[in-house]
Design a protein around this ligand. Structure first.
Ligand code: CNA
Length: 349
């Protein structure tokens, strides 16, 4: 059993004025919230319970204001068109909600609000390695529904990223998503970093033996929990990064990519999972950062050059593309994909 407890800092979404720390102790299926002032004693407690503690994701947070941020889509488009040729994009589950895949935190449809279906002790347990070792059912149920390439199609937000690539502006897409929808748009693999891994392989969580991907997939689709034939009969897990696991080496490219970037776009993420969320803060302060999301997240609003388009992602992307003069290109990309895959065409609104 993994002796390390993992401590993850998350923000309490309803009250972003106060920094609160969430302690995940996966092997005990336990989590605790505490204000910053109580962090020391809680760390001590976690250590006492589980021995050594590894603090994996760690950052202080303040809430920032929209006032003073550039929210003018025309001005944002001008800056993107004129000054940006090395754009770093970072995405989260919100980019795929318009495709029908639930995120964690959207009220009503998010996994947070549907714990009963997955019978989870806490929402992150679905992607938690310790929990998965003991109880793979919840993740496997999710995987059956959302296995890449089966039921769900990329939406206009994904095609916007492909368009940035086609226009020669995209340096790299860093995504937390494991649904593979961004790759279905035709974005070259080298342009994408799947920071939390992907379904391109699978292996045993105990002995590490690589499993046959087709067998793995067939078992998942038949509601069977794939297990290894090793002595532990441990569950087989796809090559996605669970809480408590290291990110792929390619993730480190963000340091160089952000250092030489001249624009950052962050879409559909609550920026609560580290180290991924740190990409937003890694770009130099003079680099404009554009957040397209339903809510204000992370440190957006704290820098002079920050730009914010709040609201529905697809609507905001269409507006931005219209302001850029790219709207027809965006729909052409989507329609060409739909035609190839025999789906209904999308009309310009
Ligand atoms: P999250 O914490 O659920 O945040 C999603 C964010 O997107 C929230 O701020 C929402 O307000 C916003 N959002 C959702 N839908 C829209 C929309 N239509 N328009 C505008 N904003 C919207 O998800 P994160 O990605 O930040 O959390 C990180 C976890 C979730 C990662 O480790 C993922 O692997 C994991 N996850 C991935 C998927 C997927 O691959 N599609 C699905 C569910 C969870």
């Amino acid at each position: 059993m993994n002796k390390l407890s993992q401590i993850t800092m998350l923000i309490d979404p309803p009250n972003q004025t106060q920094t609160r720390w969430q302690y995940l102790i996966p092997s005990l299926s336990c989590r605790a919230f505490a204000p910053e002032s109580q962090m020391g004693p809680l760390l001590g407690l976690a250590r006492a319970i589980r021995g050594p503690v590894r603090v994996t994701y760690f950052q202080t947070f303040r809430s920032y204001q929209l006032d003073g941020c550039n929210q003018d889509v025309q001005a944002i488009a001008r800056s993107l068109a004129k000054d940006a040729s090395n754009v770093v994009v970072m995405t989260g589950a919100g980019v795929s909600t318009p495709s029908g895949i639930p995120d964690f935190r959207t009220p009503g449809s998010g996994i947070y609000d549907n714990l009963k279906q997955y019978r989870l002790p806490y929402p992150e347990a679905i992607f938690d390695i310790s929990y998965f070792r003991q109880s793979p059912d919840a993740f496997n149920t999710w995987a059956k529904e959302f296995f890449p390439g089966l039921r769900y199609q990329p939406n206009l937000a994904h095609f916007f990223i492909k368009l940035l690539h086609d226009k020669g502006k995209l340096v790299r897409l860093y995504t937390q998503n494991i649904d593979g929808l961004e790759v279905l748009t035709g974005l070259p693999h080298e342009q994408v970093v799947h920071a939390h891994g992907s379904f391109t392989g699978a292996s045993c969580v105990a002995c590490g033996r690589v499993a046959d991907l087709e067998d793995y997939k067939a078992n998942i689709l038949l509601n069977q929990n794939p297990r290894c034939s090793c002595s532990e009969k441990a569950p087989i897990k796809p090559d996605i990064v669970f809480f408590g696991e290291n990110l792929p080496e390619r993730f480190q490219m963000f340091q160089e990519d952000t250092a030489f970037s001249d624009f950052l776009i962050c879409m559909g993420t609550s920026l609560e999972v580290y180290p991924f969320a740190g990409i937003a803060d890694a770009v130099p302060r003079k680099v404009p950062r554009l957040l397209i999301n339903r809510t204000l997240v992370g440190s957006f609003g704290s820098r002079e050059e920050d730009c914010i388009l709040l609201g529905d992602l697809v609507e905001q992307v269409i507006q931005l593309c219209r302001a850029l003069g790219w709207e027809q290109d965006l729909f052409d990309l989507k329609n060409a994909y739909d035609k190839k895959n025999k789906l209904g065409n999308k009309e310009l609104p």
